[in-house]
Ligand binder design. Structure first.
Ligand SMILES: *[C@@H]1O[C@H](CO)[C@@H](O)[C@H](O)[C@H]1NC(C)=O
Ligand SMILES: *[C@@H]1O[C@H](CO)[C@@H](O)[C@H](O)[C@H]1NC(C)=O
Ligand SMILES: *[C@@H]1O[C@H](CO)[C@@H](O)[C@H](O)[C@H]1NC(C)=O
Ligand SMILES: *[C@@H]1O[C@H](CO)[C@@H](O)[C@H](O)[C@H]1NC(C)=O
Length: 531
């Protein structure tokens, strides 16, 4: 345990909670990944229904459905049900679907093609609700090369967006690595890449207009489309909405001229990571850091824009492909199972089309130049202040920690206590913000109070969806509207981040894991192994 530099004197966790006094430690992301649960390489549809298509008026639907996320398990391992699933193919059908749900006062949630969010954003309350899939809303509606804008339907996947933009010599400058995300899904959860430059790395900060369909009264036919332009405060609510304001139908993004990126990796000791992290982010447009605390090593990804006519960097794969080794591919598959096919496809795309090197970078990053990942690898990405009410409050570094969940919810993991302590330090000592689509329950406790504009968001929610049809128990808990809170107190709950332990039974006493104070943060309560 001594090799983790998480102690109060460590530069990156100084007593002020600031890294070099500039950037606050803001996020802790915990990926919930399960190994060996996906047997096929083709991504499965997250919505499964036992009765196939029938129709309600002109709307096609399926009935008696379950809905899950792309790894097939929510943090609490529950199964979400919906009485009906709708698959609108046009905005008009989307409006009819929302009207149908509103008239019937049914709970409703939007599902994207791969349902990438790990949290329960996609689950309508109860068994009688309905889900609206945006998978057929994936068209380009307008490309304006002189204005550098593109309007797309919200179900379009990132991969397709980047490809379509490239056809018009344009690029979405910063985006997440995951090509299977949809435009609507990225906005719903505040997805981002890594940059402190320009408008920063969050996709929603490039939205200049969107159309959203929400419930309405009988006078408006039970559903209403709003067009929100840049400058409208309602856009600041809708840009990161957790899906509770309605269904985003169309999005217009401000793009940039196509460019290439030049990527170099530098490995250094982590002794000065606290000072380096901020400087590095300001110096390199797409800079990103991977920290291997147990090996006291940091890999800095020096990643900058070069003109697309620059021939130095080859076809956009930055000549790194040659280094791609078998172990890295295996690791990549581990990280991405469920959409392996898509990943391969994406690789081919950039190979042929010179869009950028992000996939190769991911591969390399995962291979980590021979540094082994013994359970805690920490990716650090840069995000900037956003005007979105539920977006980032200040320029930040996002800490992204991947760990593999056990198939058995009651089985503790090695370093369990360290992960839990890091999580509690980040969230409760330094007031870090959660990622709406990723964190475990614990990280959302009290999180809404960290957003200055939360009440503005809630006012707009009240206007857009006064009956709360697009809300669920989970979103109400996260938004502080349900006083039950987020903790699920039960045997072993702390092992999966469903609670902070207060008794040994919340850990795994039979396996030697007991509820104990943290090692560096005395207020933390973690499941520690007693030898
Ligand atoms: C991931 O999928 C690939 C392709 O189907 C498979 O060979 C591999 O064993 C899977 N890995 C895990 C951890 O499930
Ligand atoms: C609904 O689906 C479940 C399986 O998910 C099945 O057991 C049940 O019989 C179905 N009910 C109806 C009414 O079709
Ligand atoms: C492109 O955008 C410009 C500036 O907003 C506008 O004047 C023009 O009509 C647009 N062209 C198309 C084809 O939409
Ligand atoms: C082309 O890219 C290389 C490598 O990043 C850089 O050193 C060089 O200055 C660039 N040239 C132009 C004309 O942008």
């Amino acid at each position: 345990m001594t090799d983790l530099p998480f102690n109060p004197s460590s530069p990156s966790f100084s007593n002020t909670g600031r890294i070099s006094g500039v950037t606050k430690l803001i996020w802790l992301i915990i990926f919930l990944m399960i190994m060996n649960t996906v047997n096929s390489s083709a991504p499965e549809d997250p919505i499964k229904c036992s009765s196939s298509s029938s129709s309600t008026g002109v709307l096609k639907k399926k009935s008696n459905c379950t809905i899950t996320n792309y790894i097939g398990a929510f943090p609490d391992r529950s199964t979400c049900r919906a009485a009906e699933a709708f698959y609108p193919t046009t905005e008009a059908e989307l409006v009819s679907t929302v009207a149908y749900a509103t008239l019937a006062k049914k709970k409703v949630k939007v599902a994207t093609r791969h349902s990438h969010s790990l949290t329960k954003l996609v689950c309508p309350d109860g068994d009688e609700g309905l889900v609206i899939s945006t998978k057929y809303l994936d068209r380009v509606l307008n490309v304006n090369a002189s204005a550098m804008t593109m309007t797309v339907e919200s179900g379009m996947m990132l991969r397709q967006l980047i490809k379509e933009a490239a056809k018009a010599n344009m690029a979405l400058p910063y985006s997440p690595y995951w090509w299977g995300l949809t435009v609507g899904g990225m906005l719903g959860t505040g997805a981002h890449g890594s940059s402190l430059w320009g408008l920063g790395s969050q996709v929603h900060d490039y939205v200049i207009q969107l159309r959203i369909v929400s419930p309405a009264g009988p006078g408006e036919g039970y559903a209403k489309v709003r067009t929100l332009e840049n400058g409208n405060p309602e856009l600041d609510a809708a840009k990161v909405s957790l899906g509770v304001l309605g269904v985003i139908s169309q999005v217009t993004l401000k793009l940039q001229p196509l460019f290439k990126r030049s990527v170099t990796y530098m490995t250094k000791s982590d002794s000065d990571i606290g000072d380096q992290a901020v400087r590095f982010g300001r110096e390199h447009e797409f800079g990103e850091i991977t920290w291997y605390p147990s090996q006291k090593q940091v890999i800095y990804r020096i990643d900058n824009r070069v003109d697309s006519s620059n021939s130095t960097s080859g076809n956009g794969l930055f000549d790194f492909l040659g280094y791609r080794s078998l172990p890295s591919l295996v690791l990549l598959a581990l990280r991405t199972n469920g959409t392996v096919e898509e990943t391969r496809e994406a690789l081919e795309d950039i190979n042929g089309k010179c869009i950028d090197g992000r996939l190769t970078s991911t591969t390399l990053r995962t291979a980590a130049y021979g540094l082994t990942n013994d359970g805690i690898g920490i990716f650090m990405r840069y995000v900037t202040t956003s005007s979105a009410y539920l977006g980032k409050q200040e320029d930040s570094i996002d800490f992204d920690i991947t760990y593999y969940r056990s198939k058995d919810p009651l089985a503790p993991r090695l370093y369990e206590d360290i992960l839990e302590e890091i999580e509690q330090i980040a969230m409760f000592k330094y007031n870090g913000l959660p990622h709406w689509g990723k964190n475990r329950n614990v990280a959302f406790i009290g999180a809404i109070n960290k957003f200055e504009n939360a009440d503005k968001f809630l006012k707009i929610k009240q206007i857009y969806d006064p009956l709360g049809l697009f809300s669920s128990k989970w979103t109400d808990q996260v938004l502080g509207l349900n006083k039950d809170g987020l903790s699920i107190m039960k045997e072993g709950c702390a092992l999966e981040g469903l609670c902070i332990c207060s008794e040994d039974v919340h850990c795994a006493p039979k396996m030697g894991y007991f509820c104990r104070p943290g090692k560096v943060y005395g207020k933390a309560r973690v499941c520690a192994k007693q030898y």
